[in-house]
Design a protein around this ligand. Structure first.
Ligand code: AMP
Length: 112
């Protein structure tokens, strides 16, 4: 059972801000910034490493396009931050690859 597969399939409700054939983008349930969305490939990959090994580039390209669209739709395209937690030690809590898009405020120069 994978919570993001259930969201992709519409079994769990979410607030979608963007979708296409390959990805969806939803609002994060626990936002860390005024804009905090998650770009999620429709196909299940555990993490970036799994995606790098098993995607021919289609999903990776779609993720980048979606990130740019999400930033535009959310009105934060003059500045935003993209975060991916890859693996338990990095703090990944949902083991279906996803990319956090954070914006709507100025961030410090320090990344973490
Ligand atoms: P990560 O810790 O990088 O795996 O991020 C998982 C993110 O998913 C967290 O920021 C959670 O707040 C978010 N999240 C978990 N469940 C849901 C959900 N049902 N709808 C939206 N966001 C969720």
């Amino acid at each position: 059972m994978c919570i993001f597969c259930d969201i992709v399939e519409g079994k769990i409700p979410s607030t979608k801000v963007y979708e296409d054939e390959y990805v969806i983008a939803i609002r994060d349930l626990n936002p860390q910034a005024p804009v905090h969305d998650l770009v999620i490939p429709r196909k299940h990959f555990d993490n970036i490493v799994d995606m790098a090994q098993n995607d021919d580039g289609t999903y990776a390209a779609a993720v980048f396009d979606a990130i740019a669209e999400v930033a535009k739709v959310e009105g934060t395209d003059t500045g935003f931050r993209v975060i991916n937690n890859c693996g338990a030690d990095a703090g990944q809590s949902v083991m279906h690859v996803h990319f956090h898009v954070l914006g709507g405020r100025k961030f410090e120069e320090k990344i973490i």
